[in-house]
Design a protein around this ligand. Structure first.
Ligand SMILES: [Cu+2]
Length: 105
């Protein structure tokens, strides 16, 4: 059992939360999805680790963007330096963040 936490940007209401939850739940192996509207946290529980690219495309399918290119794997004891709560960012910031992190991968 693995839990990964990502940050989704662009969600503004409960409908957004439902869309993201629905798309991410469709990823094979995902057992539960928990989205927090205020922080943008997307918590995914799965039988085995889910490819970040799959999560990214599922979130995109729902109409939103991942603010983090990689999961924060607290459950596995791997600590990455991540800002605690990401505020909603302007559209151009999202684009820049996404492309920068894509290059790192
Ligand atoms: Cu909405």
């Amino acid at each position: 059992m693995t839990t990964s936490t990502y940050t989704v940007s662009g969600m503004t209401c409960a409908h957004c939360v439902n869309s993201v939850t629905e798309e991410v739940t469709k990823i094979p192996g995902v057992t539960s999805v928990n989205v927090d509207l205020a922080s943008g946290d997307l918590q995914i529980s799965s039988e085995s680790p889910i490819d970040a690219a799959e999560v990214k495309s599922a979130v995109k399918e729902a109409g939103y963007e991942l603010a983090t290119a990689r999961p924060r794997r607290r459950a596995e004891g791997v600590t990455e330096p991540i800002p605690s709560v990401r505020p909603h960012v302007a559209d151009d910031d999202v684009t820049r963040t996404a492309s920068t992190q894509a290059q790192e991968m």
